[in-house]
Design a protein. Sequence first.
Length: 435
Amino acid sequence: MIPRYTRPEMASIWEPQTRFKIWFEIEAHAADALAELGTIPKQAAKTVWEKAKNATFDVARIDEIERETKHDVIAFLTHLAEIVGPEARFVHQGMTSSDVLDTCLNVQLTRAADLLLADLDKVLAALKKRAFEHKMTPTIGRSHGIHAEPVTFGLKLAYAYAEFSRAKERLVAARKEVATCAISGAVGTFAQIDPRVEEHVAKAMGLTPEPISTQVIPRDRHAMYFSTLGVIASSVERLAVEIRHLQRTEVLEAEEFFSEGQKGSSAMPHKRNPVLSENLTGLSRMVRAYVTPALENVVLWHERDISHSSAERMMGPDATVTLDFALVRLAGLIDKLLVYPANMQKNLDRLGGLVHSQRLLLALTQKGASREDAYRLVQRNAMPVWRGEGDFLQLLKKDAEVKKYLTDAEIEEQFDLGYHLKHVDTIFKRVFGES
């Protein structure tokens, strides 16, 4: 995490003080359950809460202890004992470090998911608003970067809305999958702790009990979580790249908002660069970079090792913080995006009607021409237009072979822009419902 790309609310989830608060809650809830089962005195569990519930844990002190013990959970428990006193001996009864670490990580990941889901809602709201604003704003669709057939700018945004709607569904599922708790002791057999303790802690922490934990919660859950973040990041980049292309000088159909006083280049005062979109591409790469280690973390030795631990200490905060920042930036970018319908129309007209070539092809086949002949006739009139050697409509009208099948009026009919937009309402209803 670096401050430049970090929002405070997400960062706070991963701060040491937050982590130690969660560790304490796990231990204290476990103590409550142990007390109810008669394993430890009820007063001991009560004292743990009374002494430490509102405590601010001394991070420097815990780090000091860890330098000696070389064990983070033991360092925390030692510091907790300094706060709680003699009753601290009843804390962590029958538990192992992974019970605390894994359960805490899943609490953090679910909290992070909640923030990311709220971010996605902001992106979706911005996309929906701008999509309806430009629902019928005609623009050129491109395949391979080359003019294809007309679409609307609203459809471009509707594509993104549908994609981020799927992203939200995936994240909801990933959150549910990772929201498990393990309080099962060494090698996960519950030999030293009753399964009812796990059930109590899970409920208290807003999680569900892990059906079977081999001392650690299975990392396929986390692999799915981070893979989902990676897919969302790719969706962010896809939209960012679209905006970058649309802002190119030769295109300029849309542009990032350029604020008063903003500078585009240290050398060239005229520059207005798509810096936010480019930034989103870079941030997306970083989020995706954590997918591979998440997948590799699934493979642990026997019941447990800690080869996943060092990676998760980085990927947990970095991936969620980075994606959080990117999504909020994307929502703002879309909300303030400058759109230029006049340039869209200008670009639509750039090829002098060539974008209607498929309609001519189909019209010829409907009038009896073979598909091969129809394609040949349309293409031979289109290629001179590509070279700047004529007008498509006029060339077609002068082509004797074309005129065997189509009248001038029938040829002109194929150049109707509205024809391409007749199902926009249908698509919008599919994407947005009846709203």
